[in-house]
Write a protein that binds this ligand. Structure first.
Ligand code: UDP
Length: 220
């Protein structure tokens, strides 16, 4: 009888960071680790990576399996969205993974396909959309509303009463100033916050901001 097959999509940097979390989950369910593979369309598939076979997506679909579950461990949100659409067409199930040491406090709702890395903290009354990534040591504080395909690099400090729209990318160590219930701080759709930026004002959709206090990036 065929068995479920599990995939971590992306075998580059983030994928190799997510794989140990995926492995831990399979072990907790008494599922053999040979049912867990990397999926990567651009990598050499002749050699295993960190003990797991690497398959191109077509090869993953061709494996014998009762069902397929995949997490998309690729930081680029547009690629994530494209792959998510394809997985849906192919009836591959979303797989959310949360490190065991994440802290989640009160009234926390998150969409499918999320990846929460070790030491991530979510406090209270938080809403997050689908395919969210929070890399190591990031936090989201009270009353934040975060859209779909949002990406947090490591150590993002997202304080209370902040709205982050779809496809925004928040760089390593960025600090987002808290808003208020009547005037939340807003990071617009597809905006990019540079690493180490201290964001004190709203960021317009599609804008890139850097520095302290964060200002729009002027390209040379
Ligand atoms: N990739 C893929 N299919 C796609 C787009 C990307 O398999 O349609 C793979 C790509 O080959 C690479 C990985 O996704 O190995 C993305 O790695 P990258 O270093 O760009 O990002 P990160 O690991 O930091 O998210």
């Amino acid at each position: 009888m065929s068995k479920p097959l599990f995939g971590v999509y992306g075998a580059s940097g983030f994928g190799r960071e997510v794989m140990p979390l995926a492995r831990e989950w399979l072990l907790s369910q008494d599922i053999s680790l040979d049912r867990l593979v990397f999926i990567d369309d651009g990598m050499d598939t002749s050699q295993a990576i960190n003990g797991h076979a690497v398959l191109k997506y077509a090869a993953f679909l061709a494996q014998d399996a009762s069902e397929r579950m995949v997490c998309i461990a690729i930081a680029n949100s547009k690629i994530r969205e494209k792959i998510a659409a394809q997985l849906s067409v192919d009836h591959v199930l979303d797989w959310s993974i949360k490190a065991n040491n994440c802290v989640v406090m009160d009234d926390f709702q998150i969409g499918h396909g999320a990846l929460l890395s070790p030491f991530v903290t979510m406090t209270s009354n938080i809403r997050i959309g689908k395919y969210f990534h929070a890399n190591i040591y990031s936090y989201v504080a009270h009353d934040c509303v975060i859209g779909d395909y949002v990406t947090f690099a490591p150590s993002v400090h997202c304080n209370g009463n902040i709205i982050i729209e779809d496809h925004a990318y928040i760089g390593t160590g960025a600090i987002l100033k808290q808003g208020t219930p009547d005037k939340p701080l807003v990071i617009g759709r597809g905006a990019v916050v540079g690493m180490g930026a201290v964001v004190t004002k709203n960021v317009a959709a599609g804008e890139t901001v850097v520095g302290n206090p964060a200002k729009p990036l002027i390209k040379p």
